[in-house]
Design a protein around this ligand. Structure first.
Ligand code: DGY
Length: 431
């Protein structure tokens, strides 16, 4: 398939999922608006339809909670056959919730970065002015409402907040949680209706996802209570790196709009001061997540370990170790006897690795995109090019799928998946 055909198919996928004011990530599996999906989709749209890209961002921000949180799912069109439905979150009558039906948790804040990238290519001061305050409010919420130890490092209260729902990263933390029949409200999984069960989370994990929602709603999603009582409390390398990069991009916006940068500078300095001590494992040359409840690093090697490159948080020496010892290592992430395409979402030698199961091993286009951006920041252009080449090869072979088997490029998960399409548009245009 040549570039023109690929671009036109990618646009057709975005058109297919266009619900007017927002874009569904995929037609059946995800029939509402998702937070980080919307941001990547806006970037793709901006290459050929800037007003529609702005609409995507506006509809996401319309769901912002009064306390600043931007939720991970927004049910603009009400209920569908997706589980959980809007009422499951029990957000009605919460003073700090928003006015649009939504989930009660958040997702990695790539939005400010996408808005800034769009602005750099196609400046629109009016749009920046329109969204800037809301972005600042969201970042402020992330750095304060979810700060448990004064570091400003945001804590996740649910695996869905990481975007890496069933990563082997969460295995131990989820194992410590024992839901009882009374603590798991009756529910019927819908995610295995449109996607094969062996490409989705295991049943005990899913039960814990639901149990954690139940705990959150019993606490009325009140940030202090959540920090005190949620049994799943994680400082996540991917989330904190994305937030740090987004803070940098928010700062650029502030300068462009002649706004004071003091508060943002504070967030940037605080994160930079604590990031290494919290996450860097000097023995293994890896960034590891931190389990706040047991005060221990999570000793699992997942693709999030490369995310600090995207944020410029690694030193050149740390970046060189990440690349030489892990990215280019055929036992972990590089092609070898057991894989052909980069980048597996968990290291292949992790016990929890599984080539087709959602976040346990498959390749994701947006992760490749983020890590390629980070690699370029440190001068690893050949490695960044490999990620982009592999991303396009996966798409050419199997279409715009949610994720891909690193062994043979076969597609997994949802079909007609929007961020794969949106980022293909970005990659092809930026080239
Ligand atoms: C799902 O339904 O699996 C989603 O990933 C939740 O955000």
């Amino acid at each position: 398939m040549n570039t023109t055909e690929l671009l036109s198919q990618a646009r057709a996928v975005l058109r297919l999922n266009d619900a007017g004011e927002f874009t569904k990530p995929s037609p059946h599996q995800y029939p509402h608006q998702w937070n980080w999906d919307a941001a990547f989709i806006a970037l793709g749209l901006s290459h050929y339809d800037l007003p529609r890209a702005f609409t995507e961002v506006r509809s996401l921000l319309r769901a912002q909670w009064r306390d600043g949180m931007v939720p991970h799912i927004i049910y603009h069109t009400g209920k569908s056959d997706y589980f959980p439905p809007p009422e499951f979150w029990q957000t009605e009558n919460l003073a700090h919730a928003g006015s649009v039906a939504s989930s009660a948790i958040t997702q990695p804040p790539v939005l400010a970065t996408m808005v800034w990238l769009i602005h750099e290519r196609t400046p629109s001061m009016d749009f920046l002015r329109e969204v800037y305050r809301q972005l600042v409010a969201w970042h402020r919420w992330l750095h304060t409402a979810r700060d448990i130890d004064g570091t400003g490092l945001m804590c996740l209260i649910h695996p869905w907040e990481s975007g890496m729902d069933n990563s082997p990263l969460w295995a131990e933390a989820l194992d410590r949680i024992t839901p009882t029949r009374a603590s798991v409200p009756p529910f019927k999984r819908r995610d295995t209706v449109h996607v094969a069960a062996d490409e989705r989370p295991f049943a005990p994990d899913y039960e814990r996802f639901v149990h954690l929602i139940d705990l959150g709603r019993r606490l009325r999603w009140e940030p202090h209570a959540l920090m005190d009582q949620m049994p799943f409390l994680i400082q996540n390398v991917l989330f904190c790196s994305i937030l740090h990069r987004a803070d940098q991009d928010l700062r650029q916006m502030a300068l462009e709009l002649s706004q004071d940068t003091c508060e943002i500078d504070g967030w940037l300095a605080r994160t930079r001061a604590v990031f290494d001590a919290r996450f860097w494992d000097a023995t293994r040359g890896l960034y590891l997540d931190y389990d706040v409840r047991v005060k221990m690093p999570i000793r699992v090697n997942a693709c999030s370990t490369f995310a600090p490159l995207f944020a410029g948080l690694a030193t050149p020496a740390q970046a060189a170790r990440l690349v030489a010892e892990h990215f280019d290592n055929p036992v972990e992430y590089a092609p070898g006897a057991d894989s052909v395409y980069r980048l597996p979402s968990a290291a292949k030698n992790e016990p929890g690795y599984s080539a087709r199961r959602y976040w346990c091993g498959p390749v994701w286009i947006h992760i490749n995109w983020l890590i390629a951006d980070g690699l370029r920041r440190y001068g690893f252009h050949a490695q960044a090019d490999m990620l982009m080449r592999d991303s396009l090869a996966l798409i050419r072979q199997s279409g715009f799928r949610e994720y891909y088997d690193p062994r043979d490029a076969s597609g997994c998960g949802a079909v007609d998946f929007c961020w794969s399409a949106a980022l293909a548009i970005d990659i092809l245009n930026e080239r």
